[in-house]
Design a binder for this molecule. Sequence first.
Ligand SMILES: C[S@@+](CC[C@H](N)C(=O)[O-])C[C@H]1O[C@@H](n2cnc3c(N)ncnc32)[C@H](O)[C@@H]1O
Length: 292
Amino acid sequence: MRELTSPAAVREIINAHGFKVRKALGQNFLMDANIIDKIVQAANLSEQDLAFEIGPGLGVLTRRLARSAGKVLAVEIDRNLLPILKETLADSAGAEVIHGDALKLDFDRLASEKTGGIFGSRARAYKLVANLPYYITTPLLIHLLTGGFNLECMVVMMQKEVADRLKAPPGGKDYGSLSVLVQYFTQPEVVARVPKTVFYPAPEVESTVIRLTRRPAPPVALDHEETFFKVVRAAFGQRRKTLLNALAGSGLADKQIWTEVLGRAGLDPARRGETLSLEEFAQLANAFSRWY
Ligand SMILES: C[S@@+](CC[C@H](N)C(=O)[O-])C[C@H]1O[C@@H](n2cnc3c(N)ncnc32)[C@H](O)[C@@H]1O
């Protein structure tokens, strides 16, 4: 099989199958062998690893993953890509395509089913490597992080602006509830910046490859994880307001209660939500769950 790392090879396979690229499914196919190598190297794969891929597309990354991991499970939503993948992955033993929606997938269950229970919940952890469909990046990250899946790391390409939010420190415009969620569960690191020109068709935005390594233990002690995320969302709900007014406007509790809770947490009610560190959000959430 010819590698799919040139515009000519990509066009040839698309035309041979009469395939129509669907923008609405975030279909921008990667053509750069160096970027693909960087993505795969960042995942540090071995024969012992199971790797999930979301959106194999034409199979360019899948083929490379199958050479490094023991098994690759590639989840693709577009039925029209299945005949192409059958052809491009014909010589990639260990790669299996699953037709489905990654947003609805129970990754632990599938990992266990496909490996006879070697991987999955309370078994071995697996990895996820993908050039993501950008239109689902945020809901997908929320699904992957809060789903309790036994994922040890993710190496994912996404829109640059979203990657900037994932690793943003407190205080800036990029810091939001997604930053807190990601930094609570993982340690994010930038692997590569990727220009528009290495995709077919070229997307409208620049991209970043980011590695999210799951933390061995939570970075802050929480009484109740769900309350923490509710409080974080409430604090960022109305960014131009003070912390007190944003919390009071969230519907979780009234202003009097939040005044008391902020006092107990030792936080100035006039601050803005986006200035709070992970530790301060933990203090706030713990004070709230103890008082209310
Ligand atoms: C940015 S392309 C990446 C394709 C390929 N991995 C590459 O790097 O060239 C995103 C892929 O995700 C697929 N996709 C979109 N939504 C999906 C979903 N909800 N679940 C699984 N795959 C999806 C698209 O059909 C497309 O193949």
